[in-house]
Design a protein around this ligand. Sequence first.
Ligand SMILES: [Zn+2]
Length: 377
Amino acid sequence: MRFADIIGQKDVIDRLRKAKAEDRIAHAQLFLGPEGSGNLALALAYAQFINCPNATTEDSCGTCPTCKKNSSLQFADLHFSFPFFNKPNPKETISDDFGTEWRNRLLLSPYFGVEDWTKELSKDNKQLLFSVHEAANIVRKLSLKSFEGGYKIMIIWMAEMIGENVANKLLKIVEEPPANTLFFFTANSSENILNTILSRVQVIQIPKIDEASLSEGLKHLGVDEHKIADIAHYADGSWDIAMRLRENNDPNEFFAMQFQNWMRHCYSKNVPALHAWSEKMNELTREDLKHFLLYALDQMRQNLILNYTTENISRFTSSEKAFAQKFSPFINHLNIEEIMLELEAAHRSVGQNVNNKILFFELSMRIFRLLNRKEKA
Ligand SMILES: [Zn+2]
């Protein structure tokens, strides 16, 4: 993986280049960014950049044996550690026991998240973890001499899942690693990372990917011009979500995308965007529009429940759940009844000699006012 393969994140990449140019690469770093932001992709590209003998100040060459081995995950000094399920047998389970699954998933794309990884490993809903044996495994691997003569790099994915017993066994080596050894931790949020780890790493903050970079990436892949803006907006900074939407023909996923974009335009009071959105909805069939409004009714109901309880709503998909975190506070007792009435009325009117574009635009204006009613209360 080269920096050139990374979606967006120009500022982060510049910072990494600068650290190498000034010869001050921290021996323990944390690539901290939300799911889909590319934190693991950046760690991979940085590892290749650091070890490539032909690297320019900008990027690794991508063609030398070191680069080729790095990008096919065959480089002997590039190590990985990641959470897994303990196998039921008495053998001491370590991440290498899942090395094949890991490589397959990583070679597909390094933008995947925990849910994907869980699915890759098992159909059961077991808890992923780093075992204490894994800590010993990390120490053992890094105590070996460098095979290739450059840096030994240990990439530890999902550092927030490292428990105290594992962290305690890693502290010494993270603090004083053997010569030419680098730790690249990655995590989605700092909240759950043990302080013993957090206090020993240099944190590299990785933001969500900006919409322009997502659009550029989608364009590069040859995605239909008219789909790009929708997908980039709905993906909300995640290349992983953007990729899944690219080929998705699931109507519910399409409705989820339209619903979330619609509500974002509503609560951010973006009237021109609502205009464009209503025009797009006008292209759908009567049946699809009815289906969409039923979907919207259900989402409003679920968001209301979420706003008043702390319970997990299992009916949400992961993208719906992520959206609901931000959206549910807008749905409350001041507006829910009227919102439901508006959506039901629209459901009855669709296709009955009304102009759907006007119907959806007027509906948007009313919902926009209802959502923002909260602020006056
Ligand atoms: Zn190279």
